[in-house]
Write a protein that binds this ligand. Structure first.
Ligand code: ATP
Ligand code: MG
Length: 612
């Protein structure tokens, strides 16, 4: 399943998966950097110039030694020119490198911004079926962490590598030009470095991967604890959680240490040792080759330049090796982002139809979330504009599913759902969402003010907001908050009771002045008295707005024009309350009598709230 692609940060072992991953990562990089092609080309060009200028330093040194110092040839103007030239070249190289690296860093930031925007925008347009199998934490980590990993890929890995490779090639070219045989000796370093890289990977990569996993576990535990704080404290579990967090934290520390040790003990010392060894070999070869030759005839400057260049070869190699572990992680991150971006978006409606009166026709509708597990069978319903329909039925009978299809969260196939004669999926998105309101089963509030939770970004006047809040019976409790409509409600509306959240969700739906209003258990957590007020508000809409309300509490839909009883995904009964009550031993009748009995037991002294 695409969303559950590699949870770890290491490259997959089998070559095919590895190739797919690399191509996914490369794909994303190329696409995100495409608008910046000229920056990439110019950056590379100037870095090459800088490397060449830098390579000039030791060469100047060589000429100084061989042509002027050893032969005691005191030609002051030439000497001054050489020294000044080397200095200027060095400074120019530093300056160019600084400019280019900041150019490339800017490019990386912009590319990552672009990737992050497109990932978030993409997620917003994914079909609802995607979210049935998506894991929130993973998805969030795609948008934040994995895009950040892509930045690492650009800024640290690619640019450090690009720069190092160019410097390395510059030094090698200079050595080749000076003395190709000595250069070949230096080139033996290549295979040795490959070995060291492999060894380093083997030691450090698992530690790097483990550190990452532990970090995300730490995050996950923190998030879970905050979300479940009431349960956690009620169960007196703070101590246990503290311990678990401590253990995780300790493991994180240890694997990080292991990672650093691999850097500190393996990489630098070994490569530095190679550096020294190489210098010794070069000096030895140089010495044995020139035995017995007069010092002045020797090009001692070549030796000087070589020792200098060897340092310049080793340093980039260390840099490149150190980037390898990060490269792996970043590639995995980039590949995961790319896989997410490849998920198909929900089809865009073609804007043909309009919701005018709010009539709904459902014909021969079947539906299954998972193949072979049908949830709805042969649903036929014709809802006249402005009427009030109730849907009742046992838990799991398919009520919310029917609403999801009416809201076109899933494609309604086979069968058809039409609104005012047009298939739902050919009504333009903005128009559809404007005209069709929903009060969901679980009220969802943003961490924003009461007003913002009602407007949801729509341009509504204060009067409209207040009118909707009054109709939903939410106005009174909102104004009693310390900041009234401008009170921040906390994450998920944590400051409100569940019933208050429902009222606010109803206000939100009413504020849009929809033609069709769907309510899924909208009054399940509201006391009977408030429910009656809300019901009166809904009654006031009768004739103007088509209302489809799901309810477990049958009193909510008692007055409906028609009540649909769903049973195992089929319409078992349908009719008005009194129609259904006449069906002997009918489902509705049984449910109703049962509820009446319960209410009487619970509230013996409040006859006004008793249905019937
Ligand atoms: P309740 O009264 O408890 O809200 P409901 O009538 O609204 O129940 P639905 O939510 O429509 O029931 O679920 C109907 C069936 O579809 C259930 O068996 C449920 O397990 C299944 N189902 C619901 N949502 C999904 C989903 N996203 N993926 C797979 N199956 C689902
Ligand atoms: Mg439901």
């Amino acid at each position: 399943m695409p969303v559950e692609s590699p949870a770890t940060t290491s490259l997959p072992a089998e070559p095919k998966a590895r190739r797919a991953l690399v191509s996914d990562a490369a794909n994303l990089l190329l696409r995100s950097a495409a608008p910046e092609k000229s920056h990439v080309i110019w950056g590379t060009f100037w870095l090459t110039i800088a490397a060449l200028l830098e390579a000039f330093g030791p060469l100047a040194g060589k000429y100084l030694i061989d042509n002027y110092l050893l032969p005691r040839n005191a030609q002051v103007p030439q000497i001054v020119a050489l020294i000044a030239g080397a200095l200027v070249a060095g400074m120019a190289a530093s300056w160019i490198r600084y400019l280019q690296l900041s150019r490339l860093a800017g490019l990386a930031m912009r590319s990552v911004r672009r990737i992050r925007e497109s990932v978030y925008g993409h997620v917003l347009r994914l079909p609802m079926s995607f979210f049935d199998r998506a894991i929130t934490g993973q998805l969030v980590s795609r948008v934040t962490n994995d895009t950040e990993a892509v930045k690492t890929l650009y800024v640290q890995v690619l640019f450090v590598m690009l720069d190092s490779v160019i410097v390395l090639l510059g030094a090698m070219a200079a050595m080749l030009w000076l003395d190709w045989r000595l250069m070949l000796i230096v080139a033996t370093l290549g295979p040795v470095v490959v070995l060291i890289v492999l060894l380093y990977q083997r030691i450090s990569a698992p530690a790097v991967t483990r550190t990452r996993e532990l970090r995300s576990e730490l995050n996950a535990q923190m998030a879970e604890s905050i979300a479940g704080m009431p349960v956690l404290q009620a169960a007196n579990a703070a101590g246990r959680f503290d311990q678990r967090f401590g253990a995780l934290n300790q493991s994180h520390y240890q694997s990080r240490q292991q990672e650093l040790k691999a850097n500190a003990w393996l990489l630098r010392p070994v490569l530095d040792f190679m550096n020294v060894l190489l210098v010794c070999v070069v000096v030895y070869v140089f010495g044995s080759r020139t035995e017995g030759v007069a010092l002045t005839a020797l090009e001692v400057g070549v030796l000087y330049a070589f020792i200098n260049y060897i340092g310049r070869v080793v340093e980039p190699l260390i840099q490149i090796t150190m980037q390898f572990a990060q490269l792996t992680q970043a590639m995995v991150g980039a590949a995961r982002v790319n896989v997410l971006l490849k998920e198909a978006e929900a089809p865009v409606a073609d804007d043909l139809g309009q919701v005018t009166d709010g009539g709904i026709q459902i014909d021969q509708l079947d539906f299954e979330y998972l193949a072979g597990r049908p949830v709805l069978h042969d649903i036929n319903l014709h809802i006249a504009p402005g009427s009030f329909y109730g849907i009742v039925g046992h838990t799991g009978s398919g009520k919310s599913t029917l609403l999801s299809l009416l809201l076109r969260f899933y494609p309604a196939r086979p069968g058809s759902i039409r609104i005012d004669g047009t298939a739902v999926d050919s009504i333009g998105e903005d128009h559809f969402r404007d005209r069709v309101g929903l009060v969901p089963q679980e009220p969802f509030l943003l961490a924003a003010t009461a007003r913002e939770n009602i407007t949801m970004g729509r341009t509504l006047t204060d009067e409209q907001v207040e009118k909707a809040a009054r109709a939903a019976h939410a106005h009174d409790f909102i104004v009693s908050l310390e900041g009234g409509y401008n009170t921040p409600l906390g994450e998920g509306g944590a400051r409100l009771s569940v019933g208050q959240k429902q009222l606010l969700a109803i206000a939100r739906a009413l504020a849009g002045e929809p033609r069709i209003l769907f309510l899924d258990e909208a009054t399940s957590h509201i006391d009977s008295e408030t429910e009656q007020v809300v019901q009166r508000a809904l009654s006031a809409l009768r004739g103007k707005v088509t209302i489809v309300a799901i309810a477990h509490r049958l009193s909510t839909v008692r007055d409906a024009d028609r009540i649909i009883v769903l049973n195992h995904g089929r319409i078992a009964e349908s009719g008005t309350h009194s129609d259904l009550m006449t069906i002997a031993n009918g489902l509705y009748q049984r449910l109703y009598l049962l509820q009446q009995l319960e209410t009487e037991e619970e509230l013996p002294i409040e006859p006004s709230t008793r249905p019937g």
